[in-house]
Design a protein around this ligand. Structure first.
Ligand code: SF4
Ligand code: SF4
Ligand code: FES
Length: 232
């Protein structure tokens, strides 16, 4: 065995992985599903903002976010206790409390991570256990020449901001405002030649785990289909 490979145990399963690797991707690579929204492979310093990936680690007093936890030799991890399920359910309810829940009219319907996680956690997208918060945003922001943004679907995971920042040209979108008013905002527009970079990129739309950020072309053809179905 190579020197930098170590052994850990997750839910009773023995796993060998590189020392210092992040626990979340190690589990995912070994077919142990842990819900996650704000993590992307390659992140050095994950924001750990969605709080969906909590796990228990033997010897730790509190559950930890697996996306920020580096593995060490002999680590024993539990991903499926009742306490962990409860914590994830609370985090999920908070996330969906601001979501418009209009899946039928969403380009990500049936491929949305929020739907998948809701099923995994036995939680509906519209929850009666937490007051729904209707954020005061338009349904659609479509000033960008190639991208549309639906703020009421956005879970503020930050994946789009992260991938855009990794590109050579740097951030063309970022979070604006604070707290409940946070939103993803574009610096580029059709008046800004920099946004032409987006035309062949669209990386942010590909990592969006929900239907909040989409290629304008794809979104327009999706809406055309919805309208045709509604007329039938
Ligand atoms: S399309 Fe690419 S360059 Fe444009 S905002 Fe998205 S990630 Fe950034
Ligand atoms: S637009 Fe999508 S990727 Fe960006 S923060 Fe919102 S949900 Fe996450
Ligand atoms: S994936 Fe770990 S907190 Fe979001």
């Amino acid at each position: 065995m190579s020197d930098n490979l170590i052994n850990i145990t997750v839910d009773g399963q023995k796993i060998t992985a590189p020392a210092g690797a992040l626990l979340l991707p190690v589990c995912l690579e070994n077919d142990i599903y842990i819900p996650n929204l704000c993590f992307i492979e390659g992140m050095d310093d994950p924001p750990a903002s969605c709080r969906l990936c909590m796990v228990e680690i033997e010897g730790e007093n509190e559950p930890v976010a697996s996306c920020r936890c580096r593995i060490s030799e002999g680590m024993v991890v539990k991903t499926n206790s009742d306490e962990i399920l409860r914590l994830r359910q609370v985090a999920f309810r908070l996330l969906v409390s601001t979501n418009d829940g209009r899946c039928k009219f969403c380009i990500a319907n049936h491929s949305c991570d929020l739907q998948k996680i809701g099923k995994f956690l036995h939680q509906p997208l519209r929850t009666k256990r937490l007051r729904h918060i209707d954020r005061d945003y338009p349904e659609l922001i479509d000033e960008h020449p190639f991208i549309v943004y639906e703020p009421k679907k956005c879970v503020l995971c930050g994946r789009c901001v992260y991938v855009c920042g990794q590109l050579e040209k740097g951030y063309k979108l970022d979070f604006a405002n604070r707290g409940m008013d946070t939103i993803v905002s574009f610096f580029g527009s059709d008046l800004d030649p920099a946004s032409q970079d987006c035309k062949t990129c669209l990386a942010c739309t590909e990592v969006c785990p929900v239907g909040a950020l989409s290629s304008k072309v794809k979104w327009q053809s999706f809406i055309a289909e919805v309208k045709i179905k509604e007329k039938k």
